[in-house]
Write a protein that binds this ligand. Sequence first.
Ligand SMILES: C[S@@+](CC[C@H](N)C(=O)[O-])C[C@H]1O[C@@H](n2cnc3c(N)ncnc32)[C@H](O)[C@@H]1O
Ligand SMILES: Nc1nc2[nH]cc(C(=O)O)c2c(=O)[nH]1
Ligand code: SF4
Ligand SMILES: [Mg+2]
Length: 235
Amino acid sequence: MKIPVMEVFGPTIQGEGMVVGQKTMFVRTAGCDYKCSWCDSSFTWDGTGHSEALHAEEIIEKLKELGGNRFSHVTISGGNPALHKGVGELIDKCHQQGWEVAIETQGSIWQDWLKDVDDITISPKPPSSKMKTDFEKLDFMIQSLAQSNSSLKVVIFNEEDFHYAEMIHERYPNVPMFLQVGNEDVATTDDANLVASLLKQYEWLIDQTISSAKMNNVKVLPQLHTLIWGNKRGV
Ligand SMILES: C[S@@+](CC[C@H](N)C(=O)[O-])C[C@H]1O[C@@H](n2cnc3c(N)ncnc32)[C@H](O)[C@@H]1O
Ligand SMILES: Nc1nc2[nH]cc(C(=O)O)c2c(=O)[nH]1
Ligand code: SF4
Ligand SMILES: [Mg+2]
């Protein structure tokens, strides 16, 4: 079964969430069932990007061409990779190579192959995204992955988003919770200004967390790759 692939890149480091800092390759699939107002990867769904339908073996070959023997971890992101049944085959083939697999998804679509993933990041979207969380779907996913290595990651731009994250953490208290700084300017090439404002936002998010009695067992992180490379693609 073919998978629509937007880009394959790496080795780089995972800049976000539960395995931040992990050396990894990225496979970015095309298409999303959401349209977040601040999506930093909107080229995967807004028609401005180009995708290629590839078999799992072809993706494995691309990963080897790019990364040689300089990696042992692959992150599948998008768009929403859970749109694609064929990703299951890619996960199996990565495992056959001895590579670990991580996934980034928003929790809106279930696939049985999610249970085979080594590091699962579920990132429900706060009000600033303009998306609405389907809690029936999210409850099912969290419950189905209770025995897996899964985590929640909420991107936060403002106080309303922070309250949404508190509600998510209260609803799923046993799932490791990551709060992530939102990047308000996904187009700028002025890295110095971007980094300065992201660090300010990071400090604000830490202050919010310090003040909240509902957020005692959480981790607060920036997007590390954005601090290093700004809005550059393929890193
Ligand atoms: C591009 S999405 C792809 C995977 C999946 N669609 C999702 O949203 O989880 C990967 C991660 O980037 C985050 N993200 C997207 N735009 C962002 C922005 N402007 N600032 C911070 N994080 C952002 C998403 O919330 C998600 O956790
Ligand atoms: N370095 C790096 N880390 C990331 N973590 C999540 C990413 C994503 O776009 O899903 C991403 C990305 O695009 N680059
Ligand atoms: S769910 Fe993820 S890829 Fe889809 S629009 Fe939102 S941030 Fe972008
Ligand atoms: Mg990204």
